[in-house]
Design a protein around this ligand. Structure first.
Ligand code: MTE
Length: 311
């Protein structure tokens, strides 16, 4: 071969780097899918991280209006069976790999069609919002359920502070995007970052809750520390974890699961025992920890508070 036809060293070195990089990305993707991650497996359930204001604020006063028809789920059971696809597709895994997420500093930007856009540090919420504890039922679209004490505040209180404009019809929420920490986000076929959305009427309903804590302490990372949503009459995938942005819009946005599998995960996603998932029945649910089976209730038992939104 003539010297002129030979590949210059700089080019083949670049190619080598490219191939090495591609192989690493493939390995990382495969590893994350199997819940392995790269490097040593972190310890599960790292101690909860407390800020000074959190130390003073827990336990928050329980709001007696929200009662349960079943026993609270044991914390261990809730904390070891999680959906957090940023870290793994295996439910037993986020309790290990989510511990690598740095949750301080953290900001939540509230923006879009509001008169007073503002960026909050999670500690600001303890100073500015009516933080309380509520006992809610929680129903995953996969037919498992739990009953847990959340600490947080109604989303409406936050919206009142930023003053939505009259053209706002929807509210979109976004999770962090950190593919080198959350290796599930290397799965390029999924529409990262995770997003969810509600209509403005749903967002302003008294039940729609921003959770900062659970079981009397700040959220564990596998549950979506430091700030997540809880919408108890909707399937669990609407309750987006580790929120970094809340945006008010004048249209219905695309959302993560509704984009991935629109025929299985509707935008509305209200709990409805009469409408089966294409692959399983939604008539009953199995409680985490005890395995007790309950009949699933319309709107997960919150019909009185929300049925009027859908008439
Ligand atoms: N939020 C993000 N960012 N990523 C996720 O994978 N999974 C959702 C929801 N919020 C998810 C998420 C689903 S499918 C469920 S059922 C609940 O989180 C599970 O919450 P838990 O693990 O705290 O029980």
């Amino acid at each position: 071969m003539a010297e002129s036809e030979a590949t210059p060293e700089s080019v083949y070195m670049n190619r080598r780097d490219f191939i090495k990089g591609t192989s690493l990305a493939t390995l990382a993707t495969t590893a994350s899918l199997y819940g392995c991650g790269i490097g040593p497996t972190p310890e599960p359930n790292a101690p909860v991280e407390w800020s000074a204001i959190e130390e003073k604020s827990y336990p928050a006063k329980r709001n007696a209006s929200y009662t349960l028809d079943r026993k609270l789920t044991k914390e261990d059971a809730a904390a070891s069976f999680n959906n957090f696809f940023e870290f793994s597709e295996l439910k037993s895994d986020p309790r290990f790999h989510a511990q690598t997420l740095a949750i301080r500093p953290w900001t939540v930007e509230v923006t879009g069609l509001v008169n007073k856009p503002r960026t909050f540090d999670p500690d600001d919420f303890f100073k500015l919002m009516p933080v309380e504890e509520r006992l809610y039922r929680f129903r995953c679209v996969e037919a498992w359920a739990m009953a847990v004490p959340w600490t947080g505040f109604p989303l409406k209180a936050l919206l009142d502070m930023v003053e939505p404009q009259s053209s706002a019809t929807h509210i979109a929420m976004t999770t962090f995007y950190k593919p080198f920490t959350a290796q599930g986000q290397l799965a390029f076929w999924r529409p990262w970052p995770y997003t969810e959305a509600l209509t403005i009427e749903e967002a302003e309903n008294e039940l729609t809750f921003i959770a900062l804590g659970m079981y009397g302490h700040p959220l564990r990372k596998q549950h979506g520390a430091p700030v997540r949503l809880v919408v108890p009459w909707k399937y669990g995938f609407k309750s987006i974890k580790s929120i970094v942005k809340i945006e008010l819009l004048d249209h219905q946005p695309m959302t993560f699961w509704n984009t991935v599998l629109p025929l299985e995960y509707s935008f509305e996603a209200n709990v409805d025992p009469t409408v089966n998932h294409p692959r399983w029945s939604q008539a009953k649910e199995k409680m985490l920890g005890t395995g007790t089976i309950h009949k699933t209730l319309p709107f997960n038992g919150y019909e009185k508070q929300v049925a009027h939104l859908y008439i």
